[in-house]
Design a protein around this ligand. Structure first.
Ligand code: PLP
Length: 377
């Protein structure tokens, strides 16, 4: 059994995929070809955002968003420690200070209540690691829609505007999800996503995108993505990066997008079936009213996860742990000096969660096998 089954998906779309790829080979516009522009239009429409700027990967999408805000040394950006490293990594790469705010233990997403408290303490002069905030300036928030579930944007947007902060939605895992009728990747001032092969919408390499309703944000990020270009490629008006999406990846994504709505429904059915099978054994994912997850992962909480993982392994069923070490305790962020115990919900989650196989092509028979393996003693 596969954890994520990209082969079954490819079998289903192979013929049209080949046609799309061959069309790129025929026209030869490998960089910023027509498929890139078509994809950006389709993705923006899908999310209900005014603009989509495709880019090289989800990490660059975060970097470009932070570059837009001119983030650098002396700036504090508030984010969750229970996420993939890229979220906080780009803050640190620019010389700014990631300030970690613990998660809500039910949704695994940044807790608006804890964020409000953290901001109050920040304005009173102290950081969550117990150090003084000093001359640090609070600039923005990066919320992550972990495992495909949107964060609480109504509450976060309120906190952001009360404190004069920007709000970035890291939707690397939530493309296709919904939050009170709106699509994920339209929920922050700027949203980012990733098309890494294992994400809900993945290409066959690296890819990413940025979404915004703001015309001037879109124009500036579009320029930053291509070496800060002005009206012409060799007229450079700002310092940027080479962060374009390849035409071939755009062609692949266009074909994958055609089956994506159906795949989202399948994921929802798989998740519902898992809930039915597993709720007597483990804590199944919590989805607040008004939210629909894109189910990048189906992640459960168990007191003795090793026992379940061992049983599943013996039955030939793969599981994963996202994430075994919260970011505030990662070696790369040791310099920030967060002690164990400072982010209790993240630390509890990192020691109690595990993720089960999740993809649109998982069958009920496979799910029953997973349930049987988990129930045997
Ligand atoms: C995957 C991921 C990223 C980075 O995306 P890449 O395309 O791999 O660079 C960023 N944030 C989160 C939450 C992710 O899951």
């Amino acid at each position: 059994m596969n954890f994520i089954d990209l082969e079954k998906q490819q079998d289903a779309i192979r013929e049209n995929l080949e046609k799309r790829i061959l069309r790129v080979l025929d026209h030869g516009k490998y960089i910023m070809g027509p498929e890139v522009l078509e994809l950006e239009e389709r993705l923006a429409e899908f999310c209900g955002a005014r603009h989509c700027i495709s880019c090289a990967n989800g990490t660059d999408a975060l970097l470009l968003s932070l570059l837009y805000y001119g983030i650098g040394p002396g700036d504090a950006v508030f984010t969750t420690p229970f996420t993939f490293i890229a979220t906080a990594e780009m803050i640190a790469l620019l010389g700014a200070t990631p300030v970690f705010v613990d998660i809500d233990e039910r949704t695994f997403n940044i807790s608006p209540g804890k964020l409000a408290l953290c901001l109050k303490e920040f304005h009173d002069g102290s950081l969550p690691n117990g150090k003084p905030a000093g001359a640090l300036k609070a600039r923005g928030i990066i919320a992550v829609d972990l495992f495909g579930l949107p964060a609480d944007y109504a509450a976060l947007q309120k906190i952001a505007s009360e404190n004069g902060l920007f709000l970035i939605e890291d939707g690397a895992q939530s493309f296709g999800a919904r939050c009170h009728g709106r699509r994920a990747c339209s929920l922050g001032d700027i949203a980012t996503t990733s098309f890494f092969p294992a994400k809900p919408l993945g290409c066959y390499g690296d890819g990413g995108a940025i979404f915004t309703d703001n015309d001037s944000v879109a124009e500036t990020i579009g320029s930053l993505r291509i070496h800060g270009k002005g009206s012409d490629k060799y007229d450079n008006v700002r310092v940027g990066v080479n962060g374009r999406l390849d035409t071939l990846q755009a062609a692949i994504l266009l074909e994958k997008l055609s089956v994506f709505p159906w795949e989202l429904e399948q994921r929802q059915m798989v998740a519902g079936k898992y809930d039915e099978f597993l709720s007597s054994l483990v804590t199944v994912p919590y989805v607040p009213d008004g939210m629909v997850s894109s189910w990048a992962q189906y992640t459960v909480i168990a007191d003795d996860r090793n026992r379940y993982q061992d049983r599943l392994r013996s039955a030939g069923i793969p599981t994963m742990i996202y994430y075994p070490t919260p970011l505030h305790l990662q070696t790369a962020f040791r310099y920030l000096e967060y002690a164990p115990g400072t982010m209790p919900a993240s630390e509890y989650s990192s020691t109690h969660v595990f993720s089960l196989p999740m993809h649109p092509y998982l069958t009920v028979e496979e799910q029953r096998k997973i349930f049987d393996a988990m129930s045997t003693r």
